[in-house]
Write a protein that binds this ligand. Structure first.
Ligand code: PEP
Length: 253
């Protein structure tokens, strides 16, 4: 089958004020104005979402959030709902990033609630999974991925075959400069795709985009993107500078 449409996604984490976010988004918008071959997402902090929406609306850049709460509204101090994200202009939301799992108590169960709430609200979740270094070294990579996918997508019904984006992000490669080799990425992506086929059938497995994340840079993106099951990248550090991120968007040039 034809390769899925690539998605190059930037996670700005807890970087950039509103002014800095707007300035970066403006620069990026100019740099990627001619891109045709890939979808683009940027995920600024919550406070920058609406101002950045003002910059990117109508452009090729889709807006994403970095987290959400699954309840519609209520007494949940410090949280944000899907409807709030939609009204701020979001199309995407990152769910289950390893930093949230590691530092903020995110579990496969909360990830599952968030994915279901996001899709019900019309958001496209970017569902992050990945093993730690110790898990890889003890040969548990596939069993970790298996559990994260099964539990994260428990009772999930795909209304559209491509209704979720999966991001395979080996924890040992995030922000460390240690990228998985393209063979390691392909092996994990192929495993995830075959598991999706087992759980949800071939149309879903064929349609779901699986991004690789972990120290993606302009000098390694092309090699990764050549692998048959790598459909894009989720990028932290290299997404902060618009020039560098635009080079990832034009990975084929
Ligand atoms: C990430 O945070 O999702 C990530 C992949 O970070 P980095 O690109 O900096 O490794």
């Amino acid at each position: 089958m034809a390769k899925r449409r690539p998605l190059i996604a930037g996670n700005w984490k807890m970087f950039k004020t509103c002014e800095e976010s707007v300035e970066s988004a403006q620069k990026l918008k100019t740099l990627v104005a001619d891109v045709d071959a890939a979808d683009i997402m940027i995920a600024p902090t919550f406070t920058s979402l609406f101002p950045v929406h003002g910059v990117v609306k109508g452009s090729r850049i889709g807006l994403g959030a970095q987290n959400l709460h699954w309840q519609k509204e209520g007494a949940f101090t410090g949280e944000i709902s899907c409807d709030m994200l939609v009204s701020a202009g979001c199309r995407y939301v990152i769910v289950g990033h390893s930093e949230r799992r590691q530092f903020f108590g995110e579990t496969d169960e909360s990830v599952n609630r968030k994915i279901r709430a996001a899709v019900s609200a019309g958001l496209l979740p970017v569902f992050c999974i990945g093993e730690t270094e110790a898990q890889r070294e003890s040969g548990e990579t596939f069993s970790v991925l298996d559990k994260q996918v099964r539990d994260g997508l428990k009772d999930f019904v795909f209304d559209a075959p491509a209704g979720v984006v999966v991001a395979y992000e080996p924890v040992w490669a995030i922000g460390t400069g240690k990228t998985a080799t393209r063979e390691q990425a392909q092996e994990a992506h192929a495993y995830i795709r075959s598991l999706l086929e087992t759980l949800f059938g071939k149309p879903v497995a064929d349609a779901v985009r699986i991004l690789y994340g972990g120290s993606v840079k302009p000098d390694n993106v092309k090699a990764l993107m050549e692998m048959p099951d790598v459909d894009g990248a989720l990028v932290g550090g290299a997404s902060l500078d618009p020039e560098t991120f635009s080079k990832l968007v034009f990975f084929n040039d």
